[in-house]
Write a protein that binds this ligand. Sequence first.
Ligand SMILES: C[S@@+](CC[C@H](N)C(=O)[O-])C[C@H]1O[C@@H](n2cnc3c(N)ncnc32)[C@H](O)[C@@H]1O
Length: 282
Amino acid sequence: MLVQKFKKQFFLELSKLYPETEIQSFFNILIQHKLNLSRVDLALQSSLEFNNSDLDFFQKALKELKNQIPIQYITGETEFYGLHFNVNSNVLIPRPETEELVDWILKDHQNSPSIKILDIGTGSGCIAISLAKILPNAEVFALDISAEAIKTAKSNAVINNVTVNFTEANILTLSDLSNKFDVIVSNPPYVRELEKEQMQPNVLANEPHLALFVENDNPLLFYNKIADLAKSSLKKNGHLYFEINQYLGAETVELLKLKDFKNIQLKKDIFEVDRIIKASLI
Ligand SMILES: C[S@@+](CC[C@H](N)C(=O)[O-])C[C@H]1O[C@@H](n2cnc3c(N)ncnc32)[C@H](O)[C@@H]1O
């Protein structure tokens, strides 16, 4: 089949589900992923035909997009902080907001001669691996409760040619972190069940609920536990960094104050909502 003919079918079948710009973006991503062609390359080859295996891939992708599967799960890859990451349904797709958390840590620590970092709830490994890549003097540790997430994160560390010490563990049942860190960072689950209604149907249906949700009556469960562990596992001059629920900025600041953290800074993200927090012990 001619690629251009398939393109017409692709746009037609997705037109009721997605805006045209998004359909175009899906098409470009799939063409780049499967045929290694840019949009311009494709425009120059108007009589290009799919072979059978490519056609199977594109028809399957079209069906998956109609079923609201995120494009990153279809191609199995995404970009975070300029690096390549493999993703699958066991890990959250890294978000641009989280790049700002990495950026903050990098700005604060780029001149540190040596630094020990722990990433809690690592998922795809995006935070830990970006930090290990850009801070060559860092010794990076990461943990997650999901064995499948750890497997994916380990493969991402190999792809990006960095060393990260991964552990499968439940942070909620740990009594200590058995090490001292300069930086503890976490983007833990923080979406309350009551916020499900505001979420995109494709996120709800496809991304791991273990990575996303907390109960309405204890939304800061992870922040509470991680802050307690950080009190004894941060070095004297160490820093704690969190990505947070946009509606719980004031509550998270209050929690850290009650635990006697100092220099608490709350920042907004690119969408102008409360999103990242930093605090220290002294
Ligand atoms: C919001 S995702 C963040 C993933 C990744 N760090 C990112 O920023 O894209 C939260 C992660 O916490 C992990 N998680 C959930 N409960 C956990 C627990 N009790 N102990 C450790 N990790 C947990 C999930 O498996 C998930 O990978």
